[in-house]
Design a binder for this molecule. Structure first.
Ligand code: FAD
Ligand code: SF4
Length: 472
């Protein structure tokens, strides 16, 4: 298959948005945001000055896709309209309890509750990130990285040649793509990995503002949702290493009953548990999976284990791939210690050592089948195009762009067919004694009630507490 710059079809263009410093810049106006911020995190109850927080929310919102920005603007306008309709005043002009009453009224109605939750999530994310930024950065700087950044053969798409040939093009450099690239490169194929995001260094994870890291490392600055009732947030990592840059590093093998279902109902022969076991052994070796030490687990984990023991549940520290973890709880925005072994630290460098090349900032928008029968690739930016003995593109989990779904990939019976999500729920608890800050100690313990009912896990950092009853 050939990779290289191809014709821009249908007017689509490749563009890498310039990264902006969210902590200082705002280009998106969100009228009425200060009132909503004042209701959610009232300065009277210890929240930040509302105008300052609103400016920070605007700066973050500037990074969101247009649909999310429009929704946000409509949500804020709606809350303010309800405030005027029911009290005669905008939120910022109301005393704190009446502001809260307006939000409670909206949160009580099923048709507006999700919108209020969305506003709450954004304001608390931004407020929490700014409130804790200095502490987080100081914590990150206090210890040296467990390992340096490895050598990777990464070329930004702007520097990729006009045309190149490869046996295989892998789309996406995340957990799946990296392993595929490594396997094929080691088998002697010439491999090019096309990655929409860019490469990040551990230095950036140690020095950049938490909110900048969040906005950089996720597609659409974190605002990806599966739309439905209720809408479900579906964050997707974006960068060389994919979601393993931002995941928690929890490593469990698929349960055998799940594998058997895949084998028997979906026809995936490799899912046969004994057949798959050696491959899982190899993945665990690559990722260096081990039980979390007590010192890293911290008090939060201890409390979870103690609670599970009292309930008679099976409980143990989590299995993770983070040798050298210091428990700073920043996994979701890039590990500042290079402790969590995402594929950018193992499978990708190993793939590159075997000859694979990674093209970053190259989002594939379209697959094209040439006049011949063989598939071709047409990414935005450097185009990947050509023919191959590989019958279908290897496609990683995130939803392909719409253009791509309408092109050659749509012909594959497997495209988007086996997607599954693992929904998370949460329940807050406050220990009776020795309360522990939520952000100290990793999400590191696990308890389960029975084989079929699921794992309760420890705690993580959380944003500041919204105002009183309705926000819990
Ligand atoms: C916050 C978070 C926490 C998680 N925690 C855990 C955990 O603790 N344990 C666990 O087992 N799993 C966890 N996961 C899930 C796990 O990380 C993913 O299931 C896994 O990374 C998926 O691998 P993948 O290769 O399919 O996709 P990804 O790892 O998401 O990689 C896909 C890559 O493809 C790129 N890409 C997408 N579209 C295009 C395109 N059109 N052109 C070019 N490039 C493209 C993306 O930028 C991305 O880099 C977590 C996920 C998230 C988001
Ligand atoms: S808790 Fe996560 S971010 Fe912090 S050192 Fe451990 S792996 Fe890295």
């Amino acid at each position: 298959m050939r990779t290289g710059r191809g014709p821009r079809r249908g007017g689509f263009r490749w563009k890498v948005p310039a990264e902006r410093d969210l902590s200082s810049e705002s280009r998106f106006r969100l009228p009425g945001a200060a009132g909503v911020c004042a209701a959610l995190l009232p300065p009277e109850a210890g929240g930040p000055p509302s105008a300052e927080l609103a400016a920070q929310v605007e700066a973050y919102a500037a990074r969101l896709p247009a649909a999310a920005r429009h929704g946000l603007r409509a949500g804020v306008a709606g809350v303010q309209a309800l405030s005027v309709a029911t009290t005669g005043r905008r939120l910022e002009r109301l005393p704190v309890d009446r502001r809260e009453a307006v939000l409670e009224r909206l949160a009580a109605r099923p048709e507006t509750a999700h919108a209020v939750e969305g506003l709450k999530a954004m304001v608390l994310l931004v407020g929490g990130a700014h409130q804790r930024a200095a502490e987080m950065l100081a914590h990150a700087a206090a210890t040296e990285p467990a390992r340096p950044d490895p050598v990777l053969d990464v070329t930004a798409s702007s520097g990729w040649p006009d045309s190149a040939r490869a046996d295989v093009v892998v789309i996406g450099s995340g957990a799946g793509g990296a392993m595929v690239a490594r396997t094929l490169a080691r088998a002697g194929a010439s491999v090019v990995v096309l990655e929409e995001g860019r490469r990040y260094s551990v230095h950036e994870f140690r020095t950049r503002h938490p909110l900048d890291r969040f906005a950089d490392l996720y597609r659409d600055a974190g605002a990806t949702f599966a739309l439905g009732r209720p809408p479900v947030a579906l964050p997707l990592g974006r960068g060389v290493g994919g979601s393993t840059l931002v995941n928690s590093g929890t490593c469990y093998r698929p349960p055998s009953d799940v594998l058997e279902r895949w084998r028997d109902q979906c026809g995936v022969k490799l899912a046969d548990p004994p057949a798959l076991a050696p491959y899982l052994d190899e993945v665990e070796r690559t990722l260096d999976v081990a039980s979390v030490p007590a010192a890293v687990m911290g008090r939060n984990g201890e409390l979870l284990l103690a609670g599970a023991q009292r309930l008679g549940w099976t409980a143990a520290p989590l299995l993770r791939n983070a040798p050298g973890c210091g428990g700073c709880c920043q996994c979701a925005i890039g590990c500042p210690r290079n402790a969590k072994l995402g594929v950018h630290l193992n499978a990708l460098p190993e793939a590159c050592a075997a000859g694979a090349r990674v093209v970053s900032e190259a989002r594939v928008d379209r697959l094209v089948v040439d006049a011949g029968e063989r598939p071709a690739w047409w990414p935005a930016g450097p185009t990947a195009r050509g023919s191959s003995s590989v019958p279908a593109p290897w496609w990683s989990r995130p939803a392909p762009p719409r253009r791509l779904r309408c092109s050659a990939a749509a012909g594959s019976a497997h495209t988007r067919r086996w997607d599954a999500t693992w929904p998370c729920t949460r329940r807050w608890g406050r220990p009776a004694a020795s309360p522990t800050p939520w952000w100290r100690g990793r999400v590191c313990s696990r308890a389960r009630r029975s084989r079929s009912s699921t794992a309760a896990r420890g705690s993580s950092s959380r944003p500041p507490r919204p105002h009183r009853a309705w926000g819990r």
